[in-house]
Design a protein. Sequence first.
Lengths: 384, 384
Amino acid sequence: MERIGALAEITEEPGRITRTFASLAMRRANQLVGAWMREAGLTVREDAAFNLLGRWESKKRGAKTFLLGSHLDTVRDAGKYDGPLGVLTAIVAVQSLRERGVELPFHVEVVGFSDEEGVRYQTTYLGSRAFAGTLTTADVARIQEKQIVKARRNKNEFLGYAEVHIEQGPVLEKNNLPVGVVTAIAGQSRLRVEFQGVAGHAGTVPMNLRRDALAGAAEFILAVEALAKKSNLVATVGKIEAAPGASNVISGHTRLTLDVRDQNDARRIAAVKTLQRKAKVVSERRALKLIWTLVQQTAAVHCDKKLTQIFSQCVAQRGLEVLKLPSGAGHDAVALSAICPVAMLFVRCKGGISHNPAESVKIADAQVAVEVLADFILRLGRSA
Amino acid sequence: MERIGALAEITEEPGRITRTFASLAMRRANQLVGAWMREAGLTVREDAAFNLLGRWESKKRGAKTFLLGSHLDTVRDAGKYDGPLGVLTAIVAVQSLRERGVELPFHVEVVGFSDEEGVRYQTTYLGSRAFAGTLTTADVARIQEKQIVKARRNKNEFLGYAEVHIEQGPVLEKNNLPVGVVTAIAGQSRLRVEFQGVAGHAGTVPMNLRRDALAGAAEFILAVEALAKKSNLVATVGKIEAAPGASNVISGHTRLTLDVRDQNDARRIAAVKTLQRKAKVVSERRALKLIWTLVQQTAAVHCDKKLTQIFSQCVAQRGLEVLKLPSGAGHDAVALSAICPVAMLFVRCKGGISHNPAESVKIADAQVAVEVLADFILRLGRSA
């Protein structure tokens, strides 16, 4: 926790925590965390994508590598825990195993990825995708640091990847549990939905002659909420713009964003289709024009059954209820899933708040995460 | 119509029509319209509030004055008709009466008010309120041209005020009529409504744990629409801001504007109360905090029965159906009602569009307005 505090001091914006890809703040963060890695007995280097790597070599011949980690970059005006908690718990877990004289049949590499949030270039998982070799030419085209493609690693090296991360949601808190085992990282559909009506004077156009784009949007927002509840997934309208946007003018054009997520891709895609149908019905009834644009779509990533089972055993071993939950947010594990099996452990965070200075994790919960992660590596070593 | 076109060329923003209070464009507009007033035989002057006055003196001793007019300022990127149509039809009507050798038992003063839209200082009816002597100290405090208080006229001078204006709504067009007689100018309640919930991650907060301010706002927007339809008045949510306003964040705070208008003040006030109750119910059910702020409230202005009856007779005399309708928009007649009886004649405009370059009025409809207004003055002269 002291380390979390020290790391939070490193920022590119005085007075708030902001560390973006390839910034001076990220270089300094890597130096500091690298020093802690060395203290834990790891061999430290930075790769071509500015990912920080701390390696613990196994004595076993022909051993493969198990990856632990998370990211060290942040959003603007971030909290202290989103990212760093996963890197620092991994360092402490590894250090405790080394101090106990544990020898493993695989190498362990602790990674502090350089760009998960994608703040600088709007390129989510930039560091971990460079590592996994899954950057697209479009990604490389939009960044200055073209050399990051050299960070690509050989997928045959790796046994798997495990990541500790704050939940960023309220489920563990509601269930009064310090940690939870992640089953899958939700797939996501991002859409832009626009209703075009006719702008008009708020005082002179009778209600029955209106084609109010904002009223249509309001009906759609409630349909989104109702369908999400019914289908047991999450769907959100987070942004809305009603043009022209004056108190005395009926909106002629309203745009909004739609974000639908679920661990079940088929269910998510069916929900989006149903919502498109609802939007059409609303638009036709109100004589509005509907513009429906799919912005992005990513499939769900399922955590590895064996690794997840080991996490569950480690949690149960501490006398804790094993709560399995999907992750609605994306993580570096999504990028790593392209090259090896992945697993995640969530840590309770206060009020489910993240991407905010109010992010808060209890010391005792971080301690549980460290111990579960150390047990996880031990069990994995035994089972290998 | 040529004059309307010539006046539309005078603007402070090249490529679009914008004439704000005390601008060079307004000075030039007054010069041009003043020249047309002189052509009509009127004695022209500009008062301390930059209102343009064209006077036709009656020979009758102790005669009072009847006012005709509208405004010459515009919104930004305006149409050609909102305001100027009323001033120019008055000039032509007066000119035709003078050419016919008509003598009236009252003076006629045609007024081009200098600031009805209030674009420059957000001071609606600035010119006509200076004229009527109803500026508040707050109004005077926010403007540079303090001398406008000197434009105040003695209310005992005036017999009444009649204004021709485009409808700014679709009712006349729907009824296939060139003009309509205004019964009242609607009272208005303007409110700011805010819902405070809890911002959260769109992927990680389950639907049943959300306190989504935008979803609450959507429910309220539909309640506004439903109540307006049921109560036979107009109510509009034209502006909405959902904060923080990101596609992947549940809105923690949504503000919107509410505009309620009706010619019946009691009905309007009852509707606002009902909507406040609805907003409370929505907020309580969703565990949101409601902030309800009355921004402005103006009472309805009823047009004078006698003057309105004369307008109706003049319309009927032309073989036209007399459609009586309220005005949902405000007009200089509101300010003038403080010092004398007022009446208004609406002219059909294409699609009910106003405050937009697409404003359009047929030549034939403007002609009807001129003739009805001339008849109105004649009949008024006979009845006086």
